[in-house]
Design a protein. Sequence first.
Length: 103
Amino acid sequence: MSGWVKVCGLNDIPMLGSRVVDSAQGNIALFRTADDKVFGLHDKCPHKGGPLSQGIVHGDTVTCPLHGWKIGLADGQAVAPDQGCAGRFEVRLEADAVWLKLS
């Protein structure tokens, strides 16, 4: 499990919300969907750098609070017609523990 770090419990991330993890690579936003899927993205919108962690989670996307760009949680890609990508981090759940791959 090289590079994997236990960062929090599933319930530490609000449903349809996020939690920010500080890392050497910058802030990482962990998002939780209504069906308890967890995703990790750089906490920076590819448009103007807005804090994605403060956006609205709906389905498998998050809407940036600054200009309304929708970003796919699974791949970090902006939803068309917008273009750009937020960096993505691998996340996994094990017995309600959230693990983040940092290397």
